[in-house]
Ligand binder design. Structure first.
Ligand SMILES: Cc1cc2nc3c(=O)[nH]c(=O)nc-3n(C[C@H](O)[C@H](O)[C@H](O)COP(=O)(O)OP(=O)(O)OC[C@H]3O[C@@H](n4cnc5c(N)ncnc54)[C@H](O)[C@@H]3O)c2cc1C
Length: 404
């Protein structure tokens, strides 16, 4: 009998897992279950092109123009999984139906971290995670003049840039002494901060939200711990996300700030694999959790192949990108201690720096240097020995380093 592979979650990890599983074992029956109501779509445009332009989230289907079914994968939308019965090897749906599996991939992703002062459902307060959230936020932005963003991380700053682009006055509250503290180095953070400041976005650092008031018109005022008030028509909360491990935890799988998997994406039950935002996997220095698109996609492929009988190891260097105004911001590699920072001085609206350790690049950050970042990724993945003098000299091309 053909193998039954079930994938839970229609984000990039689940969608790529399902497609890779079918490719690996064409005889298998592969089912992708997602609680959302539509074909799996890309999330990155939700905070950018979808808010600024006329395109809808459906414009970027993850599985390509033919959708998931064109890959011979069965897609079930509005398929909310309530439990995993590991003994019977069934996924139990909220309507009581049971979906049997021989191998299961869990790719339930992450959910927005809620601020207790601004719970989901509070009027004029938005969180951004799904296409439904994006449609609601887009409509609200068009009916507002003043936007307050809580959180100077990637999503908060992307929403700030989009809102400013369509004409809103924007204030960002960030509790840390600098923006993007979790994702990039100080220089890149300062570069991005300056781009926002040039456009009039008011970024308030070291500012903790202490209370929220509402005036008679329903407008909101965020009150900072030092008493300052920030009035707004609309608030977007971008304070990070937490892994959605609820199904896996209830099924008794090993959890540690994410579903714990080995390098082959196998969870603590050998019939179950997991991938993407919801997972902690063995990185360079122990277990890590990553929340970015490329990781979710590549991790999903490995989980899907292995669920279909392969034994691939996940080795990719982590990377992320963000788009804010005309800045294309990228990071690749593993940030580490005891590295030497090498800056490559570039003109124009560009920035590039490398961390070097034991003669090899371990991490690179860049703005508007996509080709150089593609080379940096290969230098890191292949552990190519580099001359820091070449990295620091913009007259010398980086591609030559790969030929050594
Ligand atoms: C607005 C936004 C912009 C972003 N921009 C970027 C960017 O520019 N660059 C970048 O690198 N990353 C970006 N990211 C992050 C990136 O999108 C995520 O890292 C990626 O989507 C994670 O993929 P995933 O498949 O692990 O999880 P998710 O995409 O979260 O998908 C999980 C899916 O599982 C479903 N699900 C959960 N539980 C159940 C259940 N019980 N039953 C059925 N289905 C279930 C969910 O409904 C969801 O569809 C962005 C994220 C957001 C929200």
């Amino acid at each position: 009998m053909s193998r039954r592979i079930v994938v839970i979650g229609g984000g990039p990890a689940g969608t790529f897992a399902a497609i890779a599983a079918k490719k690996q074992d064409p005889a298998a029956s592969v089912i992708l279950l997602t609680r959302e109501h539509c074909e799996p779509y890309e999330k990155p445009p939700l905070s950018k092109a979808v808010l600024v332009g006329d395109i809808g989230p459906e414009a970027a289907p993850i599985a390509g123009p033919g959708g998931v079914t064109s890959h011979d994968v069965v897609l079930e939308v509005r398929a909310d999984c309530a439990a995993i019965d590991r003994a019977a090897r069934n996924v139990v749906m909220t309507d009581g139906r049971r979906v049997p599996y021989d191998a299961l991939v869990i790719a339930t992703g992450s959910v927005a971290r809620e601020l207790p002062l601004l719970p989901t459902g509070t009027p004029r307060v938005h969180y951004l995670r799904t296409e439904t959230d994006a449609r609601a936020l887009k409509a609200a932005l068009r009916a507002s003049r003043d936007l307050l963003v809580v959180g100077g991380g990637l999503i908060g700053l992307e929403v700030a840039a989009s809102a400013e682009t369509i004409g809103l006055r924007v204030t960002v509250l960030e509790v840390a002494p600098r923006i993007l503290a979790r994702v990039c180095d100080e220089d890149t953070g300062a570069f991005v901060h300056a781009a926002h400041a040039r456009r009039g976005v008011d970024i308030q650092l070291c500012t903790a939200l202490a209370a929220v008031d509402r005036d008679a018109d329903g407008r909101l005022a965020a009150v900072a711990a030092d008493g300052r008030r920030f009035d707004a028509d609309l608030v977007v909360v971008g304070t990070g996300s937490i892994p959605d491990t609820s199904l896996a935890a209830a099924a008794g799988l090993s959890i540690d700030d994410g579903i714990v998997v080995d390098a082959q994406c196998r969870a603590s039950d050998p019939a179950i694999f997991a991938a993407g935002d919801c997972v902690r996997f063995p990185g360079l220095h122990g277990l890590v959790r990553l929340e970015n698109w490329i990781h979710a996609q590549d991790h999903g492929v490995v989980a899907g192949k292995n669920a279909a009988g392969a034994s691939e190891t996940y080795k990719a260097a982590p990377s992320f990108w963000s788009e804010q105004y005309d800045l294309y911001i990228q990071g690749v590699g593993w940030p580490m201690a005891d590295t030497t920072r090498v800056h490559r001085p570039l003109d124009g609206n560009r920035l590039l720096m490398f961390d070097v350790k034991d003669g090899c690049v371990t991490y690179a950050m860049g703005v508007n240097v996509q080709r150089d970042m593609a080379i940096a990724r290969r230098l890191i993945e292949r552990r190519v020995a580099v001359d820091p003098g070449v990295l620091a000299d913009p007259r010398q091309g980086l591609a030559a380093l790969l030929k050594r």
